[in-house]
Each structure stands twice: as structure tokens, then as C-alpha cells.
Ligand binder design. Structure first.
Ligand SMILES: C[S@@+](CC[C@H](N)C(=O)[O-])C[C@H]1O[C@@H](n2cnc3c(N)ncnc32)[C@H](O)[C@@H]1O
Length: 224
């Protein structure tokens, strides 16, 4: 959902310039080097040889931030198309810097513009916009052409994890996955009741929907 532009957004973004990149395409094929250079600058436990994962549409960054803090060996890139939203993630990062989080403020049309074939270990799609009208199906992040792109930039054995509260988007996503012939590794129509590992780190939207009593749907697919 489109957020209203914050009145002081430009000033806040300018103050956060060192925490938000605006052009992720320049790092295509070199993301590990980005984290390597940070490793050598810091004395933390982070590990540039660790897993390289992306959250596409990371919102205000709760999920990526908490996962990165608990997993110093996992490097996480958060991409978010709305400045009014990612500004909050960057403010969190400024307060408590983490060398294994990297934020990019951009609206992705083709993931292959940002990552080389096989570059990523995992992709998280959390509470992606449902775009309920049929004529907007191509905009859904789990539209089959998008899924194909994600699969290309994943290494063999890499994963896509998708979580949503939205039944329509979940069933659509399962249909797209089936049509592409990708095997489902794990699935739940009530992630938190089922107590799966993926319930551990929650997003802002997830917390909101859990409070309303919604069941969180989840599917994980692996690149063969
Ligand atoms: C419903 S919000 C969910 C945010 C967060 N993942 C959460 O669960 O709290 C979806 C977010 O994805 C972002 N988004 C959707 N399509 C995107 C794209 N193609 N590139 C970058 N961000 C995108 C939107 O701007 C929005 O902030």
C-alpha cells in the first residue's frame, strides 16, 4: 500500500545517506564484496562468506534487522520501493548498526538487474502487496515471470520463502509455483500454530495481522 510522503522525508533521507543505497544494480555480481569490505572495517562477528539473502519489499525492516542480529553469519539485503517506509529501517540501522544488513531504496522490476545468476542463497517475500484485481496480476511479486527471475538469481539449493495473510494471493502463488513445476519444500496455512522455524522472525505486517487473529500462510520452495 502506498504510504503518504512524510513532510520531512527529504531531510531524513539526506541524513541517512550512508545507510541507504539508491542503486543496487551497481553491485550485481559483487554483493559478497560489499559485505567483505564491511567485515574488514568492523570488529563484529559478521561473516562475509556466510549466506547472502534478500528480502524484497522489506518495509520498515523489522524482519531483516532481527534476523541479521541473531545470525551474524547471514548477510541480508533489504530492498524497498517506498522511501517513506525504508527510512524507518535506516533509522533503526543508524541507532544500532549491523554490518550484515544492507538497504537499497528502489522499486524492482526485474530482479536480474540486481543479482547475477546463482548469486543469492535465499529470498524472503513477506506480506507482498496482493494486487487483488486480475488485471494487476503481473504486479504481484509471486507472478510466474517474477518467480522465474528469483530462481535464476538463486544458487542451486537456494530457497524462496513467502509469507502472507492473504488467502487469494497465497492460492495464486501456489498455482504459479505448480505451473512452473517447482517442488514445495514446506507449506503451512497457519504458520504460528504449526510452530515452524519461519515463525521465529516476524515482520511489521505479520505482527499486525497476528493481533487481528489472522492465520499466516507460508510456503518455501527450493531451487533444484
Ligand atoms: C505490504 S508491505 C509489507 C512490508 C514488510 N515486508 C512487512 O511484512 O511488514 C509490501 C512492501 O513491499 C514493497 N514492494 C512491493 N513491490 C516492490 C518492488 N517491486 N520493489 C521494491 N519494493 C516493493 C512495498 O513498497 C511495500 O512497502
Amino acid at each position: 500500500m502506498r504510504q503518504r510522503k512524510l513532510v520531512d522525508l527529504d531531510e531524513r533521507m539526506a541524513n541517512l545517506a550512508e545507510y541507504i543505497d539508491k542503486d543496487g544494480t551497481v553491485h550485481k555480481g559483487k554483493w559478497r564484496e560489499v559485505f567483505e569490505s564491511r567485515d574488514s572495517d568492523s570488529d563484529s562477528d559478521s561473516d562475509s562468506n556466510g549466506e547472502l539473502c534478500l528480502e524484497l519489499g522489506c518495509g520498515k525492516g523489522k524482519f531483516i534487522y532481527e534476523m541479521a542480529r541473531d545470525n551474524p553469519d547471514r548477510n541480508l539485503i533489504g530492498i524497498e520501493g517506498q522511501e517513506s517506509v525504508i527510512v524507518r529501517a535506516a533509522e533503526k540501522l543508524k541507532r544500532e548498526p549491523l554490518p550484515n544488513v544492507y538497504l537499497v531504496s528502489t522499486y524492482v522490476r526485474d530482479i536480474r538487474d540486481y543479482f547475477e545468476e546463482g548469486e543469492l542463497d535465499g529470498i524472503f517475500l513477506n506480506f507482498s502487496d496482493p494486487w487483488p484485481k486480475a488485471r494487476h496480476a503481473k504486479r504481484r511479486l509471486t507472478y510466474h515471470e517474477n518467480l522465474k527471475g528469483y530462481m535464476e538469481v538463486l544458487r542451486p539449493g537456494g530457497f524462496i520463502e513467502f509469507k502472507t495473510d492473504n488467502d487469494g494471493l497465497f492460492e495464486f502463488t501456489l498455482e504459479e509455483i505448480e505451473e512452473l513445476g517447482y517442488p514445495v519444500d514446506e507449506i503451512s496455512r497457519d504458520l504460528h500454530a504449526d510452530g515452524l522455524d519461519s515463525a521465529r522472525f516476524t515482520t511489521e505486517y505479520e505482527e499486525k495481522f497476528i493481533k487481528k487473529g489472522a492465520k499466516i500462510k507460508y510456503v518455501r520452495i527450493i531451487k533444484e
